[in-house]
Design a binder for this molecule. Structure first.
Ligand SMILES: C[S@@+](CC[C@H](N)C(=O)[O-])C[C@H]1O[C@@H](n2cnc3c(N)ncnc32)[C@H](O)[C@@H]1O
Length: 256
């Protein structure tokens, strides 16, 4: 009997090591990719952001929140991004700026025609219009229709719909990708607590909240495809994958 138990222990350890190695190898190529350098574009975006400081009045994100999104994309080399709630385009500009370095692209959705038009003009002025696919649509419908896959989502539209956006997008999110949501610290806002309680309850997501700015940005990493609660072994593997992802992706040190 002891021999069988001993064998099972060795076998289980072997499976865990093998799965971790497979995971590392499967994502390693992504980390070895170089970032693309475009000094002229960088300069153009910088000048645009500098010239517009203090002029964003359409519920746009703060400079520090923009930097958090930008750095998350760069650190993880994300390429397929979705921005829900364009407004006049500030979050999309930070996201697209990062994607210009990773070689990625962005879809952004806005329901209000005037803000959508202003955003499109801003994207052109910042030099990022070729990376951004700006849609004038109700995100409640369009998010369901988009095929994906995505590796980065930023949710900043109607807070009471955050949970629904997440439910629609979780299956379209790649493992290692993340779903971020603005105003995560404002748990008094309708829908925020419900959304956070939901994502934090999921066995295949790990959520942290970056509180650098007062608004807070939740960052939910998808660590595996959905595994059944009962499958203890798969959950253990998922836990290890999360730790490896966290280490390899060198997440923003400010993240708690
Ligand atoms: C907080 S603002 C977004 C700010 C933007 N992320 C930025 O940093 O510039 C929220 C935006 O979501 C839009 N919105 C609200 N409900 C929406 C929906 N169902 N579909 C698309 N956009 C929506 C609003 O019109 C508003 O412009």
């Amino acid at each position: 009997m002891q021999k069988i138990i001993g064998f099972l222990k060795i076998y289980t350890s072997f499976l865990l090591v093998a799965s971790i190695l497979t995971f590392i190898l499967s994502i390693r190529s992504g980390f070895c990719e170089e970032l693309q350098e475009n000094k002229a574009l960088d300069e153009k975006v910088r000048i645009f952001l500098e010239s517009r400081k203090g002029t964003w009045h359409d519920w746009n994100i703060s400079y520090s929140d923009g930097k958090i999104l930008h750095d998350l994309i760069i650190n993880n080399k994300y390429k397929n991004a979705l921005d829900i709630g364009t407004s006049t385009g500030l979050s999309a500009i930070w996201i697209a700026w990062a994607l210009s370095k990773t070689g990625g692209k962005l879809i952004t959705i806005e329901i209000h025609e005037g803000r959508h038009r202003k955003a499109v003009a801003n994207f052109k002025e910042a030099g990022l219009h070729e990376i951004i696919d700006a849609r004038l649509a109700d995100a409640h419908d369009l998010v369901k229709e988009l095929e994906g896959p995505f590796d980065f989502v930023f949710s900043d539209a109607d807070k009471d719909w955050y949970k629904n956006y997440f439910i629609d997008l979780a299956p379209k999110l790649e493992v290692g990708g993340c779903f971020t949501a603005h105003n995560a610290s404002n748990t008094g806002m309708t829908g925020i607590k419900e959304f956070l309680d939901y994502v934090e309850s999921l066995p295949n997501f790990r959520t942290t909240i970056d509180t650098t700015s007062g608004s807070g940005i939740s960052i939910s990493y998808k660590i595996s495809e959905l595994c059944k609660e009962k499958s203890f072994q798969r959950r253990q593997i998922a836990e290890r994958q999360f730790l490896v992802t966290k280490y390899l992706m060198r997440t923003n040190p400010r993240i708690s």
